[in-house]
Design a protein around this ligand. Structure first.
Ligand SMILES: [Cu+2]
Length: 169
């Protein structure tokens, strides 16, 4: 007990700044900042939803991120997919990207029905998407847990799809 008492005293002195010992600056006590993200320099920093994916048959490569990157439960958000055709190595400008999300363990989908943003080309489902960027509005995760996000891509090189799991805490 005596040793513990001395230790507490020395810590208290350290906190006053009078102790000559070099104490490292305390790390910010933010539990949300604690998990270490994979150090991929191409990934958006601090975006748990940022994914780089290749479709099942290897036809397209996608980077996907939510906007905002960490959506709140019950709040609407967008999903932005940037698609490259792996055959031509070019962004998929004239394609169609369809996204959805389900909770397979619960046997239900979303309460919303996200529709692809028609952009400048009205009702044409395969309108030009500069840079291969496809923004889908109207996503909403109404409960916490594991959501499986599915992505289907239709383009000149064919139809291919992929999915990933996002856990809403
Ligand atoms: Cu559920």
């Amino acid at each position: 007990m005596r040793a513990a008492h001395v230790l507490v005293l020395s810590l208290a002195f350290g906190a006053c700044g009078s102790a000559p010992t070099a104490t490292p600056p305390a790390a910010p006590a933010d539990p949300a900042a604690a998990p270490v993200a994979p150090t991929d320099p191409s990934a958006s920093p601090a975006a748990p939803s940022a994914k780089t994916l290749t479709t099942q048959s290897g036809t397209y490569e996608l980077s996907v991120v939510f906007d905002p990157p960490a959506p709140e439960m019950g709040a609407l958000f967008d999903v932005v997919a940037t698609v490259v055709d792996r055959r031509t190595k070019l962004p998929l400008v004239n394609g169609k990207v369809t996204l959805n999300a389900r909770m397979p363990q619960h046997g239900h989908g979303m309460e919303t029905d996200p529709a692809q943003d028609a952009g400048a080309c009205g009702k044409d489902p395969t309108c030009p998407h500069e840079g291969g960027v496809y923004r889908t509005k109207g996503f909403k995760f109404h409960m916490g847990g594991e959501w499986t996000v599915t992505i289907e891509v239709v383009g000149a090189s064919g139809t291919d799809s992929t999915s990933f799991v996002y856990e809403l805490k």
